[in-house]
Design a protein around this ligand. Sequence first.
Ligand SMILES: [Fe+2]
Ligand SMILES: [Fe+2]
Length: 225
Amino acid sequence: MNTLLLKSVGEIASESPEKIEIFKKYNIDFCCGGNKTLKEACEESGIDATLIAGEFNAVSEYGGGKNKNYIFSRKANDWNVDFLIDYIVNIHHTFLRVRLPEAEEYTEKINRVHGERHPEIIKIRGLFLKMYQALTVHLDKEEKEFFPLIKNMKASEIQKEINDAERDHEYVGHILKEMHALSSGYSVPKDACASYSHTYGLLRDIADDIMIHVHLENNILFKKI
Ligand SMILES: [Fe+2]
Ligand SMILES: [Fe+2]
């Protein structure tokens, strides 16, 4: 128990990705706040660490088989850096490049139809647009500048790129937290139409995917290099 408390949440997520479900349940940030120990993270969020440890035991029985992202992110520990980069770009960057424009269209549509009765959706769209813009720049920078530097082992320039990337991740993480709060965890209001539920479903998928994506970068890739 004590050794577990002193482990960082990023390390716990890398070793046993199925525990990510518990971090999500208690709003413990394991991707941008991955360097904090479990003890620190629990203290900050006012959560009893023994409760979390108990839930960890229950969840490990399932072996993380429920979510394919967890299966792959467990394997990511064994992948070499070049393969991990290709995986991040081909799976997670591709996902965002398809889903972000779709969510842009849908948030615009439900703003028009429901914005008056649901002012939170106007704020959510504003935040989404900021995130969309930041991520577009971020993905391009990783693909064209940062990741090629890693592949070509330009060690002297890598640290600055890591700092920049972590700062971008944190910015996106803040936006996701706000969007989550404004939408009450993406729960669809009773008077919502099909587009409304589709939009919230999209935003939830995007948020979940970004969490794993940032976890692979911050806690696995950056630790390897
Ligand atoms: Fe990325
Ligand atoms: Fe990134």
